[in-house]
Ligand binder design. Structure first.
Ligand code: 4AD
Ligand code: MG
Length: 459
């Protein structure tokens, strides 16, 4: 007979006996009664419980209650005379599971930095409760989007021998082979013996997804990926979740259209399914959060080529910290100028110089650019990176040779181009950056339960 607080608050009317379980957010003890604000994480709102001094264990348990304690409360659901809440519980019975002496998460506003230092408790704060609920709804929206379009959810390996992005930003897999004396420097590692070659944590499931797309037509991955890059920014994690659709018989235009429909589906789902949490973000974190999402859902994305973007940036008259010219990768200040000052909405940039992009991207006829596309959004910058893939065996081999990638290591990937190759395209969406964008949370460390960044792997 445990009811969740969200279910209670959505009832059409008061009445009846209810039992709730949760954690005390605040308590006020007056002469003869106590007010408890209880939250169970099912919704951002608390329910107030009024406990009269005549409940049996009042003096021993209720009066001693502190913020953070866990309780079970049974009582009548009544209309609340207080402002801003429909119902309250007139308690008949209060059971205390555990009090919370010295609880670090007292009521008053804590900094995000402080909350990060107690990541094991921060889900009990309003902000992180809301983040985790929105994150969950977004994950479901992602699966719904692809499942309703007949995509197959593919589980790609986390341990891999290939560097998909070719950026050398991989975490090497090794073992602690217990019992043996520690191995000397340079001595072959057990994990390398085990797999027969050096392995790492994957930076992207794309290469595996391509093999599946060239059999099942439409697939997607949704899993953790790892990057040993300098993650000391507000938009980089060493461990983050990526969503990677891959579609056969798809070109770059199809890919761009899929990305736009996909993002709009996620944003409109968040708006319709997370009204209370989005209200909270809109009031407390980013005053434009809801309006921004609504606007994006309703209007088409802007699209331009990398070359046009460079021209706009050069003519902008802005003095950037990193000067930009054709051939250089965009820095976040450039992405932000384009999305925040130039188009003021999501921007799809296409046809990047091939020398700043990965080996698998399809080469354009100009000999200089590839059929790449990135989706940039205001405040965050890049949230999607994708491309049409090079499906022509000879062009792919040529490019790999130029980039010094040994064919022996990619024989299985090349096989897909030898046996029934087909045009195909896909992209990767950074899940945490997308959550940041929806919620307005400033730091990516605050939209994942336990962030992995340089110097931080506790919890
Ligand atoms: O642009 P990226 O590197 O693309 C790929 O990995 C392709 N293989 C994807 C594909 O085509 N299937 O990464 C994709 C997205 C970025 O746009 C960004 O949103 C996110 O992943 N991302 C990160 N998010 C958090 N922390 C990091 N260190 C990230 N690196 C990339
Ligand atoms: Mg990218």
């Amino acid at each position: 007979n445990r009811v969740r607080i969200n279910e209670l608050l959505q009832r059409p009317e008061a009445g009846g006996e209810v039992t709730i379980h949760g954690w005390v957010r605040t308590c006020r003890h007056s002469k003869g009664f106590s007010f408890l604000e209880i939250n169970d994480g099912s919704i951002i709102h608390n329910i107030q419980c009024v406990v009269d001094a005549d409940v049996p264990n009042y003096d021993r348990d209720v009066k001693a209650l502190q913020t953070g304690a866990s309780v079970r409360v049974t009582g009548r659901l009544v209309d609340s005379p207080g402002k801003g809440q429909r119902f309250e519980i007139q308690a008949k019975d209060v059971h205390v599971y555990g009090n919370a002496e010295g609880y670090p998460l007292q009521k008053k506003g804590h900094t995000m930095e402080f909350l990060r230092s107690i990541a094991h408790l921060r889900a009990r704060s309003n902000t992180f409760g809301a983040v985790l609920r929105v994150r969950n709804v977004m994950a479901r929206a992602i699966h719904d989007f692809f499942q309703s379009r007949g995509f197959v959810y593919l589980h790609t390996p986390i341990i891999t021998a290939s560097d998909c992005e070719g950026a050398g930003e991989m975490f090497r897999v090794t073992t602690l082979d217990a019992g043996d004396p520690p191995r000397a420097e340079g001595e072959i590692d057990f994990a390398q013996d085990f797999f027969g070659k050096p392995t790492s944590l994957t930076v992207s499931g794309q290469l595996s997804a391509e093999t599946a797309a060239l059999a099942l037509s439409d697939v997607y991955t949704f899993g953790p990926t790892f990057r040993a890059e300098n993650s000391n920014t507000t938009r980089h994690l060493a461990e983050f979740w990526m969503v990677e659709p891959e579609c056969a018989f798809f070109d770059l235009d199809d890919d761009v259209a899929l990305a736009e429909a996909f993002l709009k589906h996620i944003f409109s789902t968040v708006l319709s399914e997370c009204p209370d949490d989005m209200d909270f973000f809109n009031k407390r974190i980013d005053k434009t959060a809801i309006e921004t999402l609504r606007h994006i859902v309703e209007s088409p994305f802007e699209r331009m080529s990398y070359s046009d973007a460079i021209e706009i940036l050069s003519k902008s008259g802005k003095s950037f910290e990193f000067p930009i010219e054709w051939g250089l990768d965009l820095q976040s200040e450039h992405e932000r100028y384009l999305t925040e000052e130039h188009v003021k909405r999501p921007l799809v940039l296409t046809d990047y110089p091939r020398d700043i992009k990965a080996f698998y991207m399809r080469q354009n006829d100009d000999g200089k650019t590839v059929a790449a596309m990135d989706v940039l959004v205001p405040k965050i910058g890049e949230i999607i990176g994708g491309s049409q893939r090079e499906e022509r065996l000879d062009r792919l081999q040529e490019r790999m040779k130029e980039m010094g990638l040994p064919e022996e290591d990619y024989w299985w990937y090349l096989d897909t181009r030898k046996f029934g190759t087909a045009p195909h395209a896909g992209f990767g969406l950074g899940f945490e950056r997308t959550i940041q964008f929806c919620t307005g949370m400033a730091n990516i460390r605050d939209v994942i339960p336990f962030p992995r960044t340089p110097g931080s792997a506790e919890f």
